[in-house]
Design a protein around this ligand. Structure first.
Ligand SMILES: Nc1ncnc2c1ncn2[C@@H]1O[C@H](COP(=O)(O)OP(=O)(O)O)[C@@H](O)[C@H]1O
Ligand SMILES: [Mg+2]
Length: 291
């Protein structure tokens, strides 16, 4: 089956299923070390605890570290799927916390350069993910073409910042780079490591105001997460804080963010689904989809 047909099949299956489409959410930041991985893992688990099915993809090409936070050692990654050595189901890891993990390594990155046959088999194997409610992609930091390609392909983008001025400036940078290429992309913000609720809100408001004023774009705040010693402690224990310390302040914040994400009132997703994400990722020209 050719790739356009594969994608059509994906779209069709979803439509005929009548359920809501997979929301593909990319978690990114301008500055490194702001908490993307810690938050992606605990947020995915919080969504699973609300009854959602979630696959979390580690797409930080430099440092594949979701596995470290979870204390697992993946043997295979997307690279093996793309090379046709493994099926997607062989590399998905079901973790006891109730989510599925895909180690990205340099996988996704290469999709655009694949030969037709490899791309076809990759797309058809990805169809498995279209059953999920959420596909969350943890990326590296900074405005690289690689990170931007995920950001532009996803249906929603979560930008993580801390109250540090450098992190705020860099968060603005990634928002600006995104808006420059797609002014319609829903951009959401999490302020991590806030010392107080007032600080969390103030920083969020600042980013929202600057983005509104200079980029004419509406950034939505998903909330904040306290600076909390249980977060680094959980990294050392290799157990996500939402599981190890469910009553911690950080866990409470992450549950509120998960509620906000699942709340139907929050900005609706126009074109959900794994197929549309893949289509965006590979570039529309190559796909010749007619939907
Ligand atoms: N809310 C928080 N409170 C305290 N420390 C945090 C918090 N979030 C993240 N950290 C710490 O910051 C460091 C970087 O976090 P990480 O999730 O790896 O960031 P990134 O993925 O953005 O590089 C880790 O040591 C982590 O424990
Ligand atoms: Mg990370």
């Amino acid at each position: 089956m050719d790739q356009a047909a594969n994608l059509r099949k994906l779209v069709f299956e979803k439509k005929s299923g009548g359920e809501s489409k997979t929301r593909v959410i990319v978690v990114t930041s301008g500055k490194g070390g702001v908490g993307k991985t810690s938050l992606s893992v605990s947020l995915s688990i919080a969504l699973a605890q609300e009854g959602k099915s979630v696959t979390l993809v580690d797409a930080d090409l430099g440092l594949a570290n979701i596995n470290v936070v979870l204390g697992i050692i993946p043997k295979y990654n997307l690279y093996h799927v793309i090379k046709g050595k493994k099926k997607l189901k062989d590399i998905i890891i079901d973790v006891p916390e109730g989510i599925k993990i895909i180690a990205g390594a340099s996988g996704f990155h290469q999709i655009a350069n694949l030969e037709q046959k490899q791309r076809d088999s990759f797309i058809s194997s990805m169809s498995e993910l279209s059953k999920d409610d959420f596909l969350i992609i943890d990326t590296g930091a900074g405005v690289s073409q690689n990170v931007l390609s995920f950001v532009l392909a996803a249906h929603e983008v979560i930008v993580v910042t801390t109250p540090e001025p450098t992190a705020i400036t860099d968060a603005y940078g990634i928002i600006k780079a995104t808006v420059a290429q797609n002014s319609e992309k829903p951009i959401k913000l999490i302020v991590n490591r806030a010392q107080s609720s007032a600080e969390g809100k103030r920083v969020a408001q600042r980013v929202i105001n600057i983005a509104g004023q200079f980029l004419n774009v509406k950034v939505e705040s998903l909330g904040f997460v306290y600076d909390d010693l249980y977060v680094p402690k959980s990294v050392r224990n290799q157990k996500p804080f939402i599981v190890g310390y469910p009553k911690s302040k950080s866990s409470g914040c992450v549950r509120m963010i998960a509620d906000k994400i699942t709340n139907k009132e929050s900005s609706p997703v126009k074109n959900g689904g794994v197929a549309s994400f893949l289509k965006n990722l590979m570039g529309n020209k190559k796909m010749e989809m007619d939907d």
